[in-house]
Ligand binder design. Structure first.
Ligand code: NDP
Length: 451
């Protein structure tokens, strides 16, 4: 089976040599599922791998808009409808200057298996644009979102493809996107999730990815007769996911001592102050640099200094590492430092934050490692609760959703840990998550015929 997998990976490398993140993610998933393929050789006869690596649909479009100086700007929009075998396409929208088709192919592929880990019927998709929201006025953001939706609306719908937020896309952007969707379609439905509470949003959706990651972490620690209480945690990012990870960690009496943004990181050994973080990032969209003006003992290290001094966020001595900013944040050099510092757990909250060699190094050095596709599934789970509330017009309370989220995250942990053990890879949650997600998607595809 290794030969079959290598053949598929070589074909990706040859056909799309620039899509390195997509190759990284397909390599991870396909190599992990070899034990399953060996028990199910008919999948090879059915060309299942050849089919599963191809997105069902790739949409790419022009997004023209007018900036505040009356200058016409043009960005590129994308939506990858990757796999609908188990339900309508579902996945976030990212606005970031560096995204390419590679970003969305890898995110859509990962999302397919993440969604399969939930108990819900949702397929995988992802989209966004190479638009940089930094420094844009509110009106520029609105005009951009409206232009983006003026093409996207014809491809999405509450039963076909349901985008949500991601990096650079929060409640404000979803509001503008939804407003335009509604105007163009004359429909008020759940075609977008992450909406404001006043117009069909769900309680706990904003918090869900971060809270869900911490629920997963606590369950994982409990299964090793451990708890989050008193643990020092290095969190990266200062956006939606990082903020709610930090907030929930405090509820479990853990001490989150770092956070970061695209310009630098904060180390506050007494614990990141949530009030300051709220003011800087949530309310004013400012750089973290200003954090130290309010906290005497905290330090700020700008990004340009990381490499010269090797004073990276991952140098901070902690018990647990929870990356929550972006992909490939932890490379092999970071992994070596993390292991040297005696970190016990690496729990991925952002999508694919660790490079493959970093993951291998953690596993070889007995660091307990949890992959993003399981850890951060709480966001998409709660998006589906939002969709079901939109369909039934029956809202649920914050407590009801939070409770369902907690149970779902615990179940995902139990399922993937069990699957890993079942295939002889106890404690290897990467293999457990990939086999568990892959099996569901593969079986659904086979039952639906060659389409
Ligand atoms: P946000 O845009 O709210 O926050 C992203 C944070 O990461 C910001 O602090 C940003 O800094 C920082 N960041 C972005 N790019 C880089 C970079 N290249 N280097 C260093 N820092 C960077 O996004 P989210 O919190 O929503 O998403 C974070 C991660 O979680 C992503 O991987 C996303 O795919 C994943 N995720 C999110 C879900 C959700 O529900 N939101 C669901 C599942 C996964 P700055 O403030 O300077 O821009």
């Amino acid at each position: 089976m290794q030969e079959y997998v290598n053949k598929i990976l070589t074909s990706i490398k040859e056909k799309e040599p620039y899509n390195t993140k997509f190759l990284e993610s397909t390599t991870d998933v396909l190599n992990s599922v070899i034990p399953y393929l060996e028990q199910n050789p008919h999948l090879k006869e059915l060309s299942l791998l050849e089919r599963i690596i191809e997105p069902e649909r790739v949409i790419m479009f022009r997004v023209p808009w007018v900036d505040d100086n009356n200058k016409i700007q043009v960005n590129r929009g994308y939506r990858i409808e990757f796999n609908s075998a188990i339900g309508p396409y579902k996945g976030g929208t990212r606005f970031h200057k560096n995204v390419t088709i590679d970003t969305f192919k890898f995110l859509g592929f990962e999302q397919t298996f993440k969604n399969a880990l939930t108990s819900l019927n949702i397929g995988g998709g992802k989209g966004g644009a190479d638009f940089d929201p930094h420094g844009k006025s509110d009106m520029e953001i609105m005009r951009f979102c409206q232009s983006y939706m003026s093409e996207l609306f014809r491809h999405i719908g509450d039963k076909t493809d349901i985008p949500a937020g991601d990096i650079g896309v929060g409640e404000r952007e979803i509001g503008y996107l939804f407003g335009m969707y509604k105007k163009l379609t004359n429909k008020f439905n759940g075609a977008l999730s992450g909406k404001g509470l006043e117009f069909g949003g769900s309680f706990c959706r904003v918090e869900a990815t971060g809270y869900g990651s911490v629920y997963f972490a606590e369950k994982m620690l409990n299964s090793h007769n451990d708890t989050l209480k008193g643990k020092k945690v290095a969190v990266s990012g200062a956006g939606n996911v990082a903020y709610h990870v930090i907030q929930k960690l405090y509820e479990y009496d853990a001490i989150p001592v770092t956070c970061s943004d695209s310009k630098g990181f904060i180390y506050d050994e007494n614990g990141i102050n949530l009030q300051i973080l709220t003011k800087l990032k949530k309310e004013n969209h400012q750089s973290l640099e200003k954090y130290v003006e309010h906290r005497q003992y905290a330090t700020y290290t700008p990004k340009e200094k990381y490499h010269k001094t090797r004073n990276d966020i991952w140098n901070v001595p902690v018990d647990i590492v929870m990356p929550a900013a972006t992909e490939n944040e932890i490379n092999i050099n970071d992994a070596k430092i993390i292991v040297k510092n005696g970190v016990q757990y690496v729990i991925e909250c952002s999508n694919m934050p660790s490079t493959p060699d970093a993951i291998k190094y953690f596993q070889e050095n007995k660091v307990k490692f949890a992959p993003s596709k399981a850890v951060n599934a709480g966001g998409v789970v709660t998006s589906v609760y939002e969709m079901s509330q939109n369909a039934t017009f029956e809202p649920l309370s914050f407590e009801q959703i939070d409770e369902k989220l907690k149970e779902e995250m615990k179940r995902i942990y139990i399922d993937i840990a069990f699957t890993a053990k079942e295939y002889g890879y106890e404690d290897n949650l990467v293999i457990g998550a990939n086999i568990k997600g892959f099996t569901k998607v593969a079986n659904a595809m086979i039952k639906q015929g060659v389409i």
